[in-house]
Structure formats: structure tokens, C-alpha cells
Design a protein around this ligand. Structure first.
Ligand SMILES: [Zn+2]
Ligand SMILES: [Zn+2]
Length: 137
């Protein structure tokens, strides 16, 4: 058994492989806070992260962490103040914007495509269509 000290109250507790380094008491408090924050956002869809933090007395850092974990999401235009970890664009939930998410997906596809030998037929077809376009002009 592994004993750790709670990051919030400093009390020693049995660490059971939790992702959040908190004692069971603080975990419960945090979970209640999560519900409060979630309800507040639902009732105030235009609220930004600072307003939510002020109203619920939960730190911006913790709220952002929940958003990163995609447990919470803010409404469009609420200015949640989260940035894509790749390009810095404003996002509402998670870690990356839609663009970077699809870019990552494309990169994966490209890697797969590059490993395939290019069919000769494909190159010829491209040449023909280029010539035809030239003649049309
Ligand atoms: Zn604690
Ligand atoms: Zn991005």
C-alpha cells in the first residue's frame, strides 16, 4: 500500500492509483464542486471561465483541468480562455482545436500513404488531365 499526502489538505492517505492526488475527503469535495460548476455552466451558458470560477469558488486552474479532460465544455463565444496546445487557437473543450485534431489524423493517413508504393497508372492520369486543362484555356 502506498501512502501519500493530499495535495489539497496535506493529510496522509492510502494512494489507490487515482489520477487526482487528493485524499478521499477532498476528492468528494472536489466531485461536489464539479457538479456545482457543471450546473452553473448549464444554467449560465454565456459565462466565461472567470465568471464560473468566481460564482462557484473553484479555481480557474481546476476548471480548466476539467475542460481539458473533456468533462466540461463551454458554450460557443463564452471566451473560456482555453487554447489549442498545438496552434493556440481558442477552443471550448479538450486540448486541441478541430483543425489540429484533423491535422493529426491527416498526418497519420499520410504516413500510411507514403508507405504504399505509388501506382504508375495514377501519375499518367494526372498528366493527361493537366494537358487537357491547358488546351481548354
Ligand atoms: Zn485532502
Ligand atoms: Zn490548433
Amino acid at each position: 500500500m502506498e501512502v501519500r499526502s493530499c495535495r489539497n489538505c496535506g493529510k496522509l492517505y492510502n494512494y489507490l492509483g487515482r489520477s487526482t492526488p487528493l485524499c478521499p475527503t477532498c476528492m468528494n469535495v472536489l466531485e461536489e464542486k464539479f457538479q456545482v460548476v457543471k450546473e452553473y455552466i448549464r444554467d449560465n451558458p454565456g459565462a466565461n471561465i472567470t465568471m464560473v470560477s468566481d460564482a462557484t469558488e473553484v479555481s480557474v486552474k481546476i476548471i480548466k483541468q476539467w475542460v481539458r479532460e473533456e468533462r466540461l465544455s463551454f458554450a460557443e463565444g463564452s471566451g473560456v480562455g482555453l487554447e489549442c496546445e498545438s496552434c493556440g487557437a481558442n477552443i471550448l473543450t479538450g486540448r486541441f482545436c478541430a483543425n489540429c485534431k484533423s491535422k493529426v489524423q491527416n498526418d497519420l493517413n499520410n504516413i500510411v500513404a507514403q508507405n504504399k508504393p505509388k501506382p504508375v497508372e495514377e501519375t499518367r492520369k494526372k498528366d493527361t488531365s493537366a494537358k487537357m486543362r491547358f488546351l481548354d484555356n
